[in-house]
Write a protein that binds this ligand. Structure first.
Ligand code: SF4
Length: 518
């Protein structure tokens, strides 16, 4: 006889549980049954909110117990349940606040297609939401974890006592993950890690990897929102707030889903990719059974394990960025770094409030090239920023030649409503901005042509973006989609989007390459 999840302590008193007209729910197709199951679940929670007694311990079997029998039968909770649905057992200890946390976690899991198991034996994994208020409550939590490990073996711990991870792991080293109170995303991530959700093509309106606007073979992966910098020309921090990093396990699981769905190239984006994890103090989360800190280097290293192209965008030249360059030299990341320098003149950078001194940046770029000689640096610049003099602009052109940037974009400065830069003196006339933009682009073109000429004769890896009767349009490792150059493989029509092939470069112009499969 399977051991039920602890039910003796259930003290919730549910009201109005037999008032719904369930007899109308008869003979439904699977979609309708699923809808009714969701309605039933919502109904259950509405009543859970009406609980009018303190709750000591809630268990998963409460759901089925509280449901009127006709409803459980009619909505097919047993018979129509897909045999393969992942099943989570849930033990909730503690106060009503912890109970609400449990409800939110269960609701989210249920919405993702997980079923709740009424006993330990039927659960693929058990979540124990702990209480850490008193010593006796902590002991009760440890006992509950111990019971779940004995009866099931695959246990995730969350809740108030989760802040004492060391103590929990000392007592129960085999727990799969420990998260703290209110860490909904982390506990859900831990469940995903231990027991991935199923994608049901008959019931889910979106594919498991989500809907995308990019071609199937590449995808943008956003690792954080917001920005802690305060550049004078930018209002993004006002619009999006300070940096908020995603837990690393969530980022990695999304990356895995994308790869599983056929993505061959991940483009890592955020406002400030190299600041990843700063706001969450590099918090660890579990991915593939190991604790990963939310650090830029650890993220890059883990992404490098996925076996696809990984391209880094919006990286600032902080010292810790040096540590990912060896990953590029090893082939785990693409040898490509998108660093939005915006300018090079110290005076302009200071007025822009950019935290970069050009001497150090040039030194840093030299060091990067020593480690990974093939690295391509792409950047964007602004010309005509308030106060920019001819000397500042000439300095920028000279700096570009020294930095040997592979790809650059350039904007003529435009005031943005609400930006601090609007208060600066030294407005640059439009005709001067225009003239500087043309001079800038001429240098950029010259540098690009020089670099691409050096590619002729080389065998390089390319990814196929488009194929038609005349041939294939591809990209090299040093070219991001939409913003950089292309490699034309004329006559190579026997290829498909997303194919990775070797090409011998036969010709180059200022921005693009031509070649043939090798
Ligand atoms: S320009 Fe970029 S780094 Fe600067 S404040 Fe805006 S988003 Fe942040």
């Amino acid at each position: 006889m399977p051991m039920s999840l602890p039910s003796g302590a259930v003290s919730a008193r549910l009201i109005g549980q037999d008032t719904l007209p369930f007899s109308i729910i008869k003979k439904c197709n699977p979609r309708a049954i699923a809808s009714y199951r969701d309605i039933a679940f919502d109904w259950f929670y509405e009543r859970r909110l009406a609980v009018n007694e303190p709750i000591g311990l809630m268990t998963t079997d409460t759901f089925e117990k509280c449901m009127p029998k006709p409803m459980a039968d009619n909505v097919g909770l047993s018979a129509a349940k897909p045999q393969t649905s992942p099943k989570v057992g849930f033990v909730s200890l503690g106060c009503p606040k912890a109970l609400v946390d449990s409800e939110r976690i269960i609701t989210k899991l249920r919405a993702e297609g997980y079923d709740l198991a009424p006993d330990y034996a039927g659960a693929d994994v058990v979540v124990v939401n702990t209480c850490g208020f008193l010593d006796s409550a902590k002991q009760e939590s440890l006992d509950a974890i111990g019971e779940a490990i004995t009866e099931n073996g695959r246990v995730i711990v969350t809740g108030c006592f989760g802040v004492e991870e060391d103590r929990i792991r000392q007592a129960h080293p085999s727990v799969l993950a420990v998260t703290g109170p209110h860490q909904y995303e982390q506990v859900i991530a831990a469940v995903h890690d231990a027991l991935p959700p199923l994608h049901d093509p008959f019931l889910d309106l979106v594919p498991a990897e989500g809907l995308r606007l990019t071609p199937r073979h590449y995808a943008y992966l956003k690792i954080s929102e917001g920005c802690n910098n305060r550049c004078a020309f930018c209002i993004i921090p006002t619009l999006r707030g300070d940096l908020v990093s995603r837990p690393i396990a969530n980022v990695m699981m999304e990356a895995e889903r994308l790869v599983k769905a056929g993505v061959k190239e991940l483009l890592i984006i955020s406002q400030d990719t190299s600041a990843y994890g700063l706001d969450i103090k590099y918090a660890e989360s579990q991915w593939k059974g190991r604790a990963l800190p939310a650090r830029f280097h650890d993220l890059c290293s883990a992404l490098g394990e996925l076996g696809v192209w990984v391209r880094l965008h919006y990286v600032y030249p902080y010292p810790h960025v040096d540590s990912v360059i060896p990953l590029m030299a090893d082939g785990r990341l693409l040898p490509y770094l998108d660093v939005p320098f915006q300018h090079a003149s110290p005076t302009v950078l200071k007025a822009m409030r950019r935290p970069a001194a050009q001497e150090k940046t040039l030194d840093r770029i030299r060091r990067w090239r020593q480690i990974c000689p093939d690295i391509a640096l792409r950047s964007t610049f602004i010309v005509g920023f308030p106060g920019e003099t001819e000397a500042d602009f000439s300095f920028l052109l000279e700096w570009m030649r020294e930095a040997r940037l592979a790809r650059v974009g350039c904007f003529r400065y435009e005031p943005v409503a609400g930006a601090k830069a609007n208060e600066l003196p030294g407005i640059v006339p439009d005709e001067v901005k225009e003239e500087r933009w043309h001079r800038f682009m001429a240098v950029a073109q010259e540098l690009s042509a020089e670099r691409l000429a050096g590619m002729v004769g080389r065998q390089i890896d390319v990814i196929i973006d488009e194929v038609d009767d005349e041939g294939a349009l591809a990209r090299s490792q040093w070219d991001a989609p939409e913003i950089d150059g292309s490699v034309f493989l004329n006559g190579e029509a026997n290829l498909q989007r997303g194919d990775l092939v070797k090409a011998r470069i036969t010709h180059a112009d200022a921005y693009d390459l031509w070649g043939a499969r090798d």
